[in-house]
Design a protein around this ligand. Structure first.
Ligand code: HEC
Ligand code: HEC
Length: 307
């Protein structure tokens, strides 16, 4: 028999304490219960499909799978997980496909035509920025301005190894070694002073004419052999990456940054005394030909005054 509370009219369970305290029977609303059952069913279906509970040192992987390509181009099918989802998105997602389409276009377009196409230049700029930031900026700095003595400036229109597109491409693909012997054993200090004066005179820096004349002999002589790499005129040799000494651009000896004439002379002397040995790594094993082309176009565009 269903008992009811005489005052409120609510069903009671029939339990009574202390003579008059009753327990009401208020069932959950239907809609609430069904929603609750629905979430339980949803959770069970979810366990079956997706990774869910931890079990020992592993977890229940679910029956859903995802197929993606590894960096090496291998096709891999694994249980569903967000890392694989990201990997797949990066290969076949909408923006990845757009990027691939752009890269294919760049690969098929000449440097001249890229330079005329605002759309392609914008892509070169944004993609190049990313690749440059990741692989090159650590040495050449994010604006590609380089560090005097350490890493050459790539936007100053002065190229040790040549600034034609195919020359820059070759630099990136095979790398370069900038080498000049150290003359510490060959010359005494007086001779170093003479040849350094001649070097300064070549780019119109202040120098002592008598010392420079003696230095000129050394520059063109057998012992120093400077002219073998820097040429008789001092204009440098691309095939050796030997600096042009007449162009007022200093990549190793920080003459521009010197405050006094003595300091300028000392800096040139110390380059000749110590020699140069620095390495630009090769990138052909780490970057695709098209990425190297994008980087080349990126540098050419910077030189042309682009962003
Ligand atoms: C580990 C440091 C380092 C990294 C990283 C590096 N470079 Fe270089 N790069 C150098 C050095 C050092 C030279 C100068 C070599 C020489 O003295 O001839 C150089 C030279 C160059 C040159 C030739 C400049 C000229 O005047 O002819 C270009 C172009 C260049 N780098 C582009 C790049 C690009 C693009 C990247 C990124 C893919 C890169 N470098 C990454 C160190 C680096
Ligand atoms: C084997 C070739 C070679 C010989 C020989 C050589 N150089 Fe060099 N020299 C180079 C190269 C390569 C560089 C540039 C290195 C770099 O930027 O990576 C250089 C750079 C320099 C620089 C720095 C230029 C700058 O822009 O800062 C000076 C100065 C210089 N050489 C003077 C001389 C003098 C003087 C002699 C002779 C006593 C000489 N070199 C002999 C290859 C040579």
């Amino acid at each position: 028999m269903i008992e009811k509370d005489p005052i409120t009219g609510v069903e009671t369970t029939g339990h009574v304490w202390d003579d008059n305290i009753q327990e009401f029977h208020n069932p959950l609303p239907r809609w609430w219960l069904w929603t609750f059952y629905a979430t339980v069913v949803f959770a069970i279906i979810y366990w079956v499909i997706y990774p869910s509970w931890p079990v020992g040192s592993t977890f229940i992987k679910g029956i859903n799978t995802i197929t993606y390509q590894t960096d090496a181009g291998e096709e891999v099918t694994s249980h569903w997980n967000t890392r694989a989802l990201l990997a797949r998105d990066m290969q076949t997602g909408k923006s990845a496909m757009a990027q691939k389409a752009y890269l294919n276009e760049i690969a098929a377009t000449s440097y001249d035509d890229i330079a005329k196409d605002a759309d392609k230049l914008a892509f070169v700029e944004s993609y190049g920025n990313g690749v440059f930031g990741e692989y090159c900026a650590a040495c050449h700095q994010s604006g590609a301005g380089g560090v005097v003595g350490e890493y050459p400036n790539l936007i100053d229109d002065d190229w040790l190894w040549g600034g034609a597109p195919h020359e820059i491409e070759t630099t990136l693909k095979i790398g370069r070694i900038g080498f000049m012997p150290a003359y510490e054993e060959t010359f005494n200090d007086a001779q170093l002073t003479q040849v350094a004066n001649y070097v300064l005179s070549m780019s119109g820096e202040k120098s002592d004419p008598a010392l420079a004349a003696a230095g000129e002999e050394i520059f063109h002589g057998q012992t120093g052999g400077c002219h073998y790499c820097h040429t008789n005129e001092g204009t440098g040799l691309k095939s050796q990456g030997a600096a042009n000494l007449t162009d007022k651009i200093w990549t190793i000896a920080d003459v521009r940054g010197a405050e006094t004439d003595e300091q300028r002379l000392e800096r040139v002397k110390s380059v000749i005394h110590n020699g140069v040995n620095r390495v630009m790594p090769a990138w052909s094993s780490r970057l695709s030909d098209t990425e190297i082309k994008v980087l080349t176009a990126y540098l050419l565009n910077k030189r042309a005054g682009g962003q």
